[in-house]
Design a protein around this ligand. Structure first.
Ligand code: KG4
Ligand code: ZN
Length: 340
């Protein structure tokens, strides 16, 4: 069963064809990050305009790369949210139009759930397993009883981990998105030169928190009580040590919490997805601390992509059937559905 996946929640225009929720026949991604770099974040209006220009060529490219025509598709899955409303509308309207024109079932997929699914793709999860999403908008640890059944165990009380990387990068005048720039800088640094502390939440030892450490980096780089637009006070040579300490501290804190949860629930497998999980140091530390329990999304499935949408869409189509295209609306803030 071949599903076309369409992803346009933020600044990636991405399309893919996936067979039976597992086998990726194509996964094409156009990232607008260089366009938004100068704004220090995604400029929503510009992102939507680029999606509008790119969406049809990218769909054509996904079909072409997969070596199929639309007649071989069994459905179209589209990321319905959460995301930027203008960006979502382009992907959703393209999906609706093609579902009508090609007479195909249409499936709406939650982008955050798809990040979790990406980690399980081509693996054999022994449910229940632990799942951890670390992206620019979300950071949480959940029990996964099956694809579609999630129980929240721990989440961030403030920033998402990717957001914290982006904010710290901005303090250091690094381009957006900052995660990979912090990773590169950190490789040159001494993690112990500027000791930092991970955020702890009173009365909730498993909760994640990144706003405190981000403020520590602000004061370290720009002086006590400085505002974020103040000039840098430290020498450029010192930034790698601060980046290394920040990265090491947040990863150590997260992994210790994951380890605690894994031990108490006797989970034998832990799946990691979302943009931050591209980070090689995170992968290394996770394997050192948690061993072969750990599974990461393939590197090309960590950042936003169409394959995770098509893959999860396959399961949603089996479980819930198709949606009426008229009822498929963008959900800019679609809270992830956890069972209580
Ligand atoms: O999952 P994603 O592509 O988009 C969201 O759904 O948010 O994640 C993007 C986030 C950004 O905050 C980016 O800085 C972060 O993932 N990221 C990284 C790395 N690559 C991307 N963070 C740390 N290390 C990286 N190598
Ligand atoms: Zn994402």
């Amino acid at each position: 069963m071949l599903i076309l996946g369409i992803e346009s929640t933020c600044d990636e225009t991405a399309c893919a064809v996936v067979k039976d929720g597992q086998t990726i026949l194509s996964n094409v991604i156009y990232s607008q990050s260089v366009i938004h770099e100068r704004y220090g974040g995604v400029y929503p209006e510009i992102a939507a305009r680029h999606h509008a220009d790119l969406i049809i060529p990218m769909i054509e490219k996904a079909l072409q790369t997969a070596g199929i025509t639309h007649r071989e598709l069994a459905g179209i899955a589209v990321a319905q949210g959460p995301g930027l409303v203008g960006s979502l509308l382009i992907g959703i309207n393209a999906a609706k139009a093609l579902a009508y024109a090609w007479d195909l079932p249409l499936i709406g997929v939650n982008h955050v759930e798809a990040h979790l699914y990406a980690a399980m793709m081509n693996q054999t999860p022994c449910f229940p397993v632990l799942g951890c999403v670390l992206s620019g908008g979300h950071s949480f640890i959940a029990k996964i009883s099956s694809v579609g059944q999630y129980e929240l165990i721990a989440t961030t009380v403030d920033d998402a981990m990717g957001e914290a990387f982006d904010k710290v990068a901005r303090l250091m005048n690094l381009p957006y998105p900052g995660g990979m720039h912090i990773e590169r800088l950190a490789q040159l640094g001494d993690t112990k030169k500027y000791p930092l502390k991970a955020g702890q939440v009173k009365g909730n030892p498993l909760a994640l928190s990144y706003s405190g450490i981000k403020t520590n980096v602000l004061y370290l780089t720009k002086g006590a009580n400085a505002t974020k637009n103040a000039p840098l006070l430290v020498e450029a040579d010192e930034l790698c040590h601060i980046a290394a300490s920040f990265q090491e501290t947040v990863f150590q804190d997260l992994l210790k919490k994951v380890q605690k949860i894994a031990a108490s629930g006797a989970y034998t497998q832990i799946y990691f997805g979302g943009g931050v999980t591209q980070n090689a140091r995170l992968r290394e530390k996770a394997r050192n601390l948690l061993g072969d329990k750990v599974f990461f999304a393939a590197k090309d499935l960590c950042l936003d992509n169409g394959a995770m949408i098509a893959g999860l869409g396959y399961h949603k189509l089996q479980e819930c059937g198709a949606l009426n295209p008229e009822e498929l609306e963008p959900k800019p803030s679609w809270p992830f559905r956890f069972v209580e």
